[in-house]
Design a protein around this ligand. Structure first.
Ligand code: BYC
Length: 316
């Protein structure tokens, strides 16, 4: 079945839960959909290093600093796996970076909010990585082989990140009144943007139809958001944090928590460039990308020299 080159046989492979590999036939829409999603995912990992990187020099202990450094380095590594996975679809790293810089490619809404104090580092690890992992566990079963394999490696690291954040929140909630207030304040600011990370409601999500048909997405935006809420509410209660949603309540009939209305106006403003930190995040990326140009040139020159040397060796 593998080498039949038409959309119908492709769909049969998807329906049979076969992985699609880079050299296999795939419809152009599938390829484009994946390039968009994987490159946005890669940009999110890399831009996501900024709000946390801001706190490395102010971590409250050597232990906390080591853990935060390791976590941020992991995010950089996740970006690299994902850029490589996207490159297997025929797009170059330069094109993806160009699309990020021109605003054509998005990155996660969440990284356009500022990390104001140490409690925010706890909230990011717990809520942001917590939301990311719910989405990414599901993506381990995505139909495109290189994306699926990247997700398996990434998920192993994300679970450590989530625990790093929750540990900070636990410590602060066991601390002074001021520390408890800081933790609650961070929760209040990060909760709603974390819910938005899962994307618009299924009924308003233009890409979900194709994504589900092609098994790029294994679960819908709302299903994943609900999973995240259900598990996080209990973690918050355990340490005495209050979810900032007056409409949040347990629904015994369906076995899930009902939640209040998400501010989609804010979401669309943020993803379309008007969030509190969009400008800062992109300018930072552009500045360091430009400053790193000599490294890329040197690495390419070194590689070219090596190839020439090897060729010379083979022919003489
Ligand atoms: N932010 O039809 P929809 C991390 C856009 S980072 C921005 O539902 P789709 C971490 C969407 O792109 C985790 N934009 O789209 C790193 C589309 O616009 P375009 C990042 C969003 O693709 C460091 C439009 O809204 N994870 O782990 O079916 C430190 C309509 O949406 C967002 C991923 O990227 C958003 N939140 O579903 C800590 C996961 N949501 O493209 C942690 C991979 C939607 O037409 N991505 N939009 O211009 C996905 O699973 C899916 O792409 C989404 C959206 C669920 C995000």
């Amino acid at each position: 079945m593998k080498n039949l080159h038409n959309d119908e046989s492709f769909q049969k492979r998807i329906d049979a839960n076969e992985h699609v590999e880079p050299r296999d036939y795939m419809p152009e829409g599938y390829r484009k959909h994946l390039i968009r999603q994987i490159s946005q995912h890669a940009h999110s990992e890399v831009i996501g290093m900024q709000p946390e990187g801001n706190w490395i020099t102010r971590a409250p202990s050597l232990r906390a600093k080591q853990i935060l450094l390791a976590k941020i380095q992991d995010e950089g590594g996740h970006g690299l796996y994902l850029y490589s996975a996207a490159e297997t679809l025929g797009v170059s790293r330069e094109e993806m970076i160009e699309q990020l810089h021109s605003g054509k490619a998005k990155y996660s809404n969440i990284f356009n909010y500022p990390a104001l104090n140490w409690a925010d580092i706890g909230a990011i690890g717990w809520l942001v990585d917590g939301a990311a992992i719910v989405n990414q566990v599901s993506l381990q079963r995505t139909s495109y082989g290189p994306y699926s394999r990247a997700m398996i490696r990434i998920c192993k690291e994300e679970s450590f990140h989530q625990r790093q954040g929750y540990e900070i929140m636990c410590k602060m909630m066991a601390g002074t009144l001021e520390q408890k207030q800081m933790a609650q304040d961070a929760m209040n600011r990060w909760w709603w943007p974390a819910l938005m990370m899962f994307g618009p409601h299924d009924s308003d999500s233009p890409h979900t139809g194709d994504a589900v048909k092609w098994k790029i997405k294994r679960e819908s935006n709302d299903t994943l958001r609900q999973k995240f809420i259900d598990k996080t509410v209990q973690q918050a209660e355990l340490i005495g944090l209050v979810i900032p949603d007056k409409d949040l309540k347990w629904n015994a009939q369906n076995g899930h928590y009902d939640h209040g209305t998400i501010n989609w106006e804010e979401f669309f403003e943020v993803i379309n460039g008007k969030g509190p930190c969009n400008k800062q995040r992109l300018e930072h990326h552009k500045k360091y990308h430009l400053e790193g140009e000599w490294v890329r040139e040197a690495a390419t020159a070194h590689k070219m020299k090596k190839i020439k040397r090897e060729r010379h060796h083979l022919t003489h």
